[in-house]
Write a protein that binds this ligand. Structure first.
Ligand SMILES: Cc1cc2nc3c(=O)[nH]c(=O)nc-3n(C[C@H](O)[C@H](O)[C@H](O)COP(=O)(O)OP(=O)(O)OC[C@H]3O[C@@H](n4cnc5c(N)ncnc54)[C@H](O)[C@@H]3O)c2cc1C
Length: 478
């Protein structure tokens, strides 16, 4: 594995160097806030895009294309001349030396910094049962959404074939979709699955009736949308059931295989649900970088592995290091886009204040802008302070807020057109599905480390002689 010299020049009159890890909400809004002559920003992230995670389920169900919710980060920052964007997975942070190490497909680079903002987000959690992922993929990345799209539309295709062959049990299994996790993502996913089967696909098949599809939304908790309060939770549940979704609460998943899953109720009774397509929309765990930071600073980690910083978002003993967004576990800070945006901006403000000789160390204060979730077209729920909205008004508010936060005017127009096609018409424009989409993740796992080692070798790449696979890729394989 080759190590490149530090990529950031160090001269006495250079601007203050801020290194930002990640390209999600926290990282992007921090970087934008740092658009000031006294700083030079380097953003290092493991993807080249900024991902709008709240709309992943619309990519998975064919409403939006991946490009709409994941614009190239360097395009988004093209006019911010003090910012540069580099591809790389951060593998190490040395806080005493102020050096970050990143791996870009086998090429290792180091970056020196004066201030550091770590905004590496969270990963999917299967609550200690990572093997469930084989048959119940999560939804955190573009790859996940495209795989799910392939699995969902593929299930209808396979059901058509099975029906033509008279295999009725198989048809039932293929047309049963289970969504695990009844938070906003699970509710939105279940709503779209039922809408697809009842509207989009209703007239397209000859041997099956897509509207026979059975959608199950289950959760170990006793409420859907737990954080929205009892009233909205009850209304959402009734709304889902009215649409034809089976809602099963107090149901914990204890096993998953290719053909179904097993759930256990509060009394320990187990039941098997036959379903080919499972979507895991439950649970997050912190990014592994939190452990690296905690070991060097003594900052505590919570049960999900999130790190608790000082009230101003810096780490103990390191006023130049900030952690923001989903990787932070802090009382009153929810793991939502606004939490990442606001903490990212706070970190940037603190850096600028320090450089401008102003007082720093102000505690971060979260401003709750409310929560919302769509159930299906024209139905949503929204809560802000004591205001609670349901139905069409909540749905319109949801559309407006999401449109506002999608990056770029062109993307906003495209999104609006796709929504019009899907919500007022019946069709969906993004139904392309390929074999690689569905099989890529599992194929890489199956091929294992030797395959990765080979594919990382380029003829002229210094990494060719690398004896080791980068640990990050080993992690990804698992
Ligand atoms: C399916 C889904 C639906 C959601 N719906 C909503 C919603 O409706 N409303 C809402 O407010 N919130 C929603 N959220 C939550 C919201 O998206 C997150 O709270 C938000 O994205 C957190 O921002 P972040 O910057 O902390 O992390 P992320 O947006 O996850 O960004 C993390 C970044 O770090 C990068 N990264 C990770 N590790 C490394 C590394 N080692 N080296 C370099 N880069 C790295 C990643 O590639 C990514 O660019 C949803 C999340 C999901 C998954």
């Amino acid at each position: 594995m080759s190590t490149q010299p530090p990529t950031t020049p160090t001269t006495p009159d250079r601007p203050h160097r801020v290194l930002v890890i990640g390209s999600g909400f926290g990282a992007l809004f921090a970087t934008k806030r740092l658009d000031a002559p006294e700083v030079q920003v380097t953003m290092v992230a493991r993807t080249t895009h900024h991902l709008f995670q709240p709309l992943l389920y619309q990519v998975a169900t064919g409403i939006l294309s991946e490009g709409v919710i994941a614009p190239a980060t360097r395009d988004v920052l093209a006019t911010q001349h003090n910012a540069r964007v580099l591809l790389g997975e951060v593998t190490d942070i040395d806080l005493d030396a102020r050096v970050v190490t990143a791996d870009t497909i086998g090429r290792v680079s180091t970056f020196e910094y004066d201030s550091l903002i770590v905004a590496a987000g969270a990963d999917q959690s299967w609550f200690g049962n990572d093997h469930f992922a084989e048959f119940a993929p999560g939804m955190k990345t573009i790859d996940d959404a495209l795989e799910l799209r392939g699995r969902i539309y593929g299930a209808f295709e396979m059901a058509e074939m099975a029906a033509a062959a008279g295999e009725h049990d198989r048809v039932r299994r293929l047309l049963t979709f289970v969504v695990v996790g009844a938070g906003p993502t699970g509710v939105e996913m279940a709503g779209q699955l039922i809408e697809m089967s009842r509207r989009t696909l209703a007239k397209e098949f000859r041997h099956i009736k897509p509207s026979d599809a059975h959608v199950v939304l289950l959760d170990a908790a006793e409420q859907v949308l737990g954080s929205f309060g009892e009233d909205l939770a009850g209304k959402t549940r009734r709304s889902l059931e009215k649409l034809g979704i089976e809602v099963r609460l107090g149901a914990k998943v204890v096993d998953v295989d290719a053909d179904g899953l097993v759930v256990e109720d509060r009394e320990g009774r187990r039941e098997r649900i036959e379903a080919t397509t499972k979507v895991w929309a439950a649970g997050v765990k912190a990014n592994p970088l939190t452990r690296t930071l905690a070991e060097q600073t003594g900052a505590p980690l919570d049960r999900a592995g999130r790190i608790t910083p000082n009230p101003d978002m810096t780490l103990p003993g390191h006023p130049e290091v900030f952690v923001v967004g989903d990787m932070v576990g802090m009382e009153g800070l929810p793991g939502v886009a606004q939490g990442a945006i606001q903490t990212g901006r706070h970190a940037a403000d603190q850096i600028l204040r320090r450089l401008r000789g102003k007082e720093t160390g102000q505690a971060f204060v979260y401003h709750d802008k409310g929560s919302m979730a769509t159930i299906s077209r024209f139905r949503a729920v929204m809560k802000r302070d004591r205001i609670e909205l349901t139905g069409v008004p909540a749905w319109l508010a949801w559309l407006a807020v999401h449109l506002f936060y999608i990056i770029g005017f062109k993307t906003q127009v495209t999104t609006l057109m796709h929504w019009a096609v899907s919500f007022f018409g019946r069709s969906r424009s993004e139904r392309t599905v390929t074999e690689q989409q569905v099989l890529g993740r599992l194929a890489l796992e199956y091929l294992g480390e030797d395959f990765l080692r080979q594919s990382l070798r380029g003829p002229r790449d210094e990494a060719a002689e690398s004896p080791e696979i980068p640990e990050v890729l080993r992690d990804r394989q698992r």
